[in-house]
Design a binder for this molecule. Structure first.
Ligand SMILES: Nc1ccn([C@@H]2O[C@H](COP(=O)(O)OP(=O)(O)OP(=O)(O)O)[C@@H](O)[C@H]2O)c(=O)n1
Ligand SMILES: C[C@](O)(CO)[C@H](O)COP(=O)(O)O
Length: 232
C-alpha cells in the first residue's frame, strides 16, 4: 500500500478556450459543479488525506459553501490562485502539509482510484510520476506560416495528464527555482525535470480528459452518465 498523499486541485483558471460566461470549473454536469465532481474523487480515495483547493479570488466563498454542502471533509484549505497555472500550484503548495503531493486539474473529473494508486505507487518507487496516454495521431511540428517543419517519432510521444506526483520537497524546490529564474511551464513535471529528478510516466486512460473546449462538455456528460450506469 502506498503512503498517503496530499493533493492540490487547481481551479483558478478563466477557461478562455471554453468560452462560457461562467468559468468552466463551475459549470454543472448532472446539476453539480465540475470542480465538485473532481473533488469527490479525492474525498472518496483511500490514498488521499489532505486536499488543498485553489480557486479564483472572487470564487472563494461559493467554493467554500459547496465544499460544506457536498460534505468534503478532507479539504483543509481553499486559497486564491495566481495569474497562471504554475503560480496557482505554487500558492496551493504553500498550504500543504503532506510529504507526498499530487497536483490535479480541477477540470479533470474522470480520474479513477486505480489511476491514483498507480501514479502514487510509481512516484514512491521512482521519485516522481505523471499520468499520460500515448498519442493516437501523427503529430507535426508546424511553423508560423503553417508549413510542416518536422514529424517527431510518434512512438516517443505521450499526452501528459494529471495527477502528477512528487515529493513535497522536490516540488517546492522546483517551483522556487522556476520563480527565481523566470521559467514558466504548462505542467509541474516541466519544473521538476529541470532539477534532474527522474519522473516516470504511468499509462492512464483516454477518458481522463481535461475539459478545455465546448465539445468536451458533451463527452463529459456521456462519461458521467456511463459512470453512473456502471455503479448501479
Ligand atoms: N491561473 C490559473 C490557470 C489555470 N488554472 C487551472 O489549471 C487547470 C488546467 O488549465 P486550463 O485547462 O488551461 O484552464 P484555464 O486556464 O482555465 O483555460 P484556458 O487556458 O482555456 O483559459 C484548470 O483546472 C485551471 O482552472 C489555475 O488554477 N490557475
Ligand atoms: C497539466 C496539464 O493538464 C497537462 O496536460 C496541462 O498542461 C494544463 O493545461 P494547459 O491547458 O496547458 O494550461
Amino acid at each position: 500500500m502506498a503512503q498517503k498523499a496530499g493533493i492540490i486541485v487547481v481551479a483558478a483558471g478563466k477557461g478562455s478556450r471554453m468560452g462560457t460566461v461562467e468559468s468552466k470549473q463551475y459549470l454543472r454536469l448532472q446539476n453539480k459543479p465540475i470542480i465538485i465532481h473532481t473533488l469527490e474523487v479525492f474525498e472518496r480515495s483511500e490514498l488521499v488525506d489532505e486536499i488543498v483547493v485553489v480557486t479564483g479570488a472572487d470564487d472563494l466563498e461559493r467554493c467554500k459553501d459547496w465544499i460544506k454542502e457536498y460534505g468534503l471533509l478532507k479539504v483543509t484549505e481553499v486559497v486564491a490562485g495566481g495569474y497562471d497555472r504554475q503560480e496557482s500550484v505554487y500558492l496551493g503548495l504553500q498550504q500543504l502539509q503532506s510529504d507526498w503531493v499530487m497536483v490535479h486539474d480541477g477540470v479533470r473529473p474522470f480520474v479513477t482510484e486505480q489511476q491514483l494508486h498507480h501514479c502514487l505507487e510509481a512516484a514512491q518507487q521512482v521519485g516522481a510520476s505523471v499520468l499520460a496516454v500515448p498519442v493516437k495521431d501523427t503529430i507535426k511540428q508546424v511553423d508560423r506560416n503553417l508549413h510542416i517543419a518536422d514529424t517527431p517519432d510518434r512512438s516517443t510521444l505521450w499526452a501528459i495528464q494529471t495527477p502528477q506526483t512528487f515529493r513535497y520537497t522536490d516540488l517546492l524546490a522546483a517551483h522556487q527555482q522556476a520563480e527565481a529564474t523566470g521559467f514558466r511551464g504548462t505542467d509541474d513535471a516541466m519544473l521538476v525535470e529541470r532539477l534532474g529528478t527522474p519522473i516516470t510516466v504511468v499509462e492512464g486512460s483516454y477518458t481522463n480528459i481535461k475539459l478545455t473546449t465546448p465539445d468536451d462538455l458533451d463527452y463529459a456528460a456521456y462519461l458521467l452518465a456511463r459512470k453512473g450506469e456502471n455503479r448501479s
